[in-house]
Design a protein around this ligand. Sequence first.
Ligand code: SF4
Length: 66
Amino acid sequence: MSNPELHVKIDKLICQGTGYCVRLEPEIFVIGADDLGEVLVDKPDAKYADVLEEAAVLCPTRAITY
Ligand code: SF4
């Protein structure tokens, strides 16, 4: 179920393709053909809020917002 309150984005201008987000939550994040992070599900269910917070903190370049 989608959640209008969550809107996941990766700023490709600052993402460095480390893949931490993918290892943490592969249902939401993937590494794309450009070797940078991509969002698979940009409006996920509210149950993902905690893991998105963790991903945003873990991301070394702070490229993730939600
Ligand atoms: S953790 Fe951050 S820098 Fe690493 S791939 Fe994900 S968005 Fe990009």
